[in-house]
Design a protein around this ligand. Structure first.
Ligand SMILES: Nc1ncnc2c1ncn2[C@@H]1O[C@H](COP(=O)(O)OP(=O)(O)OP(=O)(O)O)[C@@H](O)[C@H]1O
Length: 689
């Protein structure tokens, strides 16, 4: 069902409506925040026919666990129509909604067609204004409710990128708040980098984002806290590594060979690193030699340190001066990543490795108060870790100058260059002051690098860049035991509960395809007395961080997530990943299951394959499974065979991996075990605009 269909359907009379419980704080009123409010626009959606019967009609049982701040903030955004109430509950991500009642009926849980997917590049990612510019939305602007009365207002970028729109009613203004992995979402490209940011600063409407993330702990023990490498860590040494490009420096075998300064070596030791991972062995000398790099290595194999350590080493070698308070900061290094949580994690790694040096790392990301980001920056900034949207805003506000940038890092680079973030990245490298690719060092890292993305990357990298492939490009981590179960959509919930009950308290991430479904499944699991929280792009940043915190510390051993949590997150002891829904693209699958089995530890991934909706992924799935030496169910092979397209070159992102550096001219395309050859096309510049 298309987006428009969805909008049309939800305004049918008598439609039942599930409103995520944790949305309450944005819509409640009254001193204790006990009342759930929403706009008239959404109050008529009471019955959407049999497929949505499972949604709650009102029934928000609890509001008690919301903190005062939630209530205060929500009061600012009061809307007129009260349609439900909150009672008392506990257990939903520590936010107190366990007693919500899900109506029984259709046991499926969800409809596949719901297009609030966070992984829909053409709709969700491509052309909407990102939500991380909320700081400019005017406080108190009435929310238009949206189809579920719980949607954020969106900033549409289709026009000038600055228009405030709600999601209610007509279906206009869809797409927006956040895309696949959050931050982005660019405008149509009509605005210049600067005017766009300026426009946001003054012209948009909507509630102001006031969230200031708590500062991370400052004590040394916390800074260097780490988990143990697993039993398979040493097996990394057996993975084949291929380096392509001219004059690659030889790999190093030990940290000592890297010849880093003493402070860095001390920090490496305190972090518990004694041995290099393969991607580190190859990338560190390449970066130290000043070369541009595209590196592809399996999830959880230490890519972050692979770029941070040599960059910091260079900074130290160059005798970087301590960054002081200044209105305009000029960082030497900019690191971008697609999600807020991931960039925060990278920042913590940067802070760890630069401990005791004069290098100051700063993190800025959307969903937090802009003033807070600015305050962090003006205090001094050598290494700026940022999500793309917030970065462009800050540049637009002239708090960051780019002249001194020597290192530009794109983590999850394939994601950063695809149609969601690519235009933003292109704007970044064309910003006034940004050194040309000849003058800066550009580094790209990911576990997956679809061929077309590799070609796009050429625009960012010097022509003599080196390509490091550790194992199979785009391959899944072999330390993850993968199981594919054929489960129809109507049986998924039951199966999920069965599996989670067997798992017990072991930390588990459950991936679903849509934000609404994340809410729904999380609430359902809480009802089943399985302590669960959720993370997705419609949750407030504070809620997202709380959810992640609750999951990390084990308070909620189950985290239901959309693809926003698929990439990069390094959480100790995640033993299971369950794909309640398979993603539409195989690279997303690889990243999702990579949340377990990290750093030599073992993990398990179970995926529900619904032949009705997942056949398109059968081919690449068979390929990923067999490459990782996993059992491939006969039924899956049959589906893959029956859907096999000879010579399919993969017009859909993620259906194809390039197994090698695409500059080799003839690249092997892996389409679910069926290979074909194709000469790379030239980069199509138009596709960026
Ligand atoms: N040489 C090392 N020795 C011990 N632990 C390491 C080493 N390198 C990295 N680690 C740890 O391994 C974990 C995974 O590293 P990291 O998050 O950088 O993986 P990644 O390759 O970026 O994964 P992803 O593809 O999911 O983003 C982290 O906890 C990190 O601290």
């Amino acid at each position: 069902m298309g987006d428009e269909d969805w909008e049309a359907e939800i305004i049918k009379p008598h439609m039942s409506s599930y409103v995520p419980v944790f949305e309450k704080d944005r819509y409640s009123s009254g001193a204790n925040g006990d009342t759930f409010n929403r706009t008239p626009a959404s109050s008529s959606e009471m019955d959407d026919g049999p497929r949505r019967d499972h949604f709650m009609r009102s029934g928000f049982a609890s509001g008690r666990s919301l903190g005062n701040r939630d209530a205060v903030e929500s009061n600012k955004r009061e809307t007129p129509s009260t349609v439900g109430g909150f009672g008392v509950g506990k257990g939903f991500g520590n936010r107190g909604f366990l007693n919500n009642k899900l109506e029984e009926g259709d046991s499926s849980g969800f409809w596949r067609e719901s297009n609030d997917s966070e992984d829909n590049p053409t709709r969700d990612r491509g052309f909407s204004r990102r939500g991380d510019n909320e700081f400019e939305q005017h406080e108190g602007t009435q929310r238009a409710g949206g189809p579920f009365g719980s949607k954020r207002p969106t900033l549409s970028g289709a026009g000038n990128g600055d228009t405030y729109q709600s999601r209610s009613g007509s279906g206009s203004g869809r797409g927006g708040y956040k895309g696949l992995n959050e931050e982005v979402i660019t405008g149509s490209g009509k605005n210049s980098w600067k005017s766009e940011a300026e426009g946001e600063s003054g012209d948009t409407q909507g509630p102001k984002v006031t969230y200031i993330p708590p500062p991370p702990p400052e004590d040394e023990d916390s800074i260097f806290a780490h988990y143990q490498t697993g039993i398979n860590f040493d097996k990394y040494d057996t993975i084949l590594v291929e380096v392509s490009g001219h004059d690659a420096p030889p790999a190093i075998l030990t940290f000592e060979e890297a010849n880093l300064c003493q402070t860095l070596n001390n920090n490496i030791a305190k972090a518990g690193y004694t041995k290099l991972t393969p991607v580190q062995k190859y990338s560190i000398p390449i970066i130290l030699a000043g070369r541009d790099l595209m590196a592809c290595a399996q999830t959880g194999s230490g890519k972050t340190a692979a770029f941070l350590l040599p960059i910091l080493a260079h900074m130290m070698r160059d005798g970087i001066t301590a960054s002081r308070f200044k209105e305009l900061q000029e960082p030497e290094c900019i690191i971008v990543a697609p999600t807020r949580e991931l960039i925060n994690q990278i920042y913590l790694e940067a802070r760890k490795f630069s401990f005791g040096t004069c290098v100051r790392a700063v993190v800025i990301y959307g969903g937090t108060q802009l003033g807070h980001s600015i305050r962090q920056i003006v205090q001094g900034c050598n290494v700026l870790c940022a999500t793309p949207g917030r970065l462009m805003d800050i540049i637009g506000k002239e708090k960051i100058g780019l002249k001194q940038v020597k290192y530009l890092v794109l983590d999850e680079a394939d994601r950063m260059l695809d149609m969601g973030f690519g235009p933003e990245m292109k704007k970044l490298i064309s910003c006034p002051g940004m050194p040309s690719k000849e003058q800066r060092q550009t580094l790209m890292f990911s576990a997956t690098f679809p061929e077309e993305i590799q070609r796009l990357a050429g625009e960012f990298l010097k022509s003599n860049y080196l390509f490091v492939a550790v194992g199979q490009v785009g391959g899944a981590c072999r330390d993850v035991q993968q199981t594919i179960l054929q489960v129809g959509q109507y049986s998924k919930r039951e199966k999920l509960v069965e599996i989670l009950r067997n798992i017990g308290d072991e930390r588990t991430m459950v991936f679903v395809e849509t934000k609404k479904k994340a809410d729904f499944i999380a609430t359902f699991l809480c009802q089943e007395k399985i302590s669960t929280t959720s993370i997705h792009g419609d949750r407030e940043q504070r809620e997202r961080e709380q959810a992640l915190g609750d999951f990390r510390c084990g308070k909620c051993p189950v985290l239901v997530a959309t693809s926003v949590a698929a990439r990069g997150l390094d959480i100790e002891n995640v033993q299971h990943v369950i794909n309640f829904d398979l993603p539409s693209a195989i690279d997303e699958y690889v990243h999702r299951i990579g949340r377990t089995g990290r750093c030599g530890n073992t993990g398990r991934a179970v995926s529900f394959f619904d032949p009705e909706s997942d056949s398109h992924i059968a081919q690449p799935l068979v390929k990923v499974l067999s490459d990782a030496q996993q059992d491939v169910p006969a039924w899956l092979e049959e589906i893959a065979f029956s859907t096999y397209v000879p010579g399919f070159s993969g017009s859909t992102r993620g259906n194809v991996f390039a197994s090698v550096d695409t500059r080799k001219g003839k690249s092997t395309l892996n389409t679910a075990g069926f290979s074909s050859s194709q000469t790379p096309n030239p980069v199509d510049d138009e596709s960026w605009d």
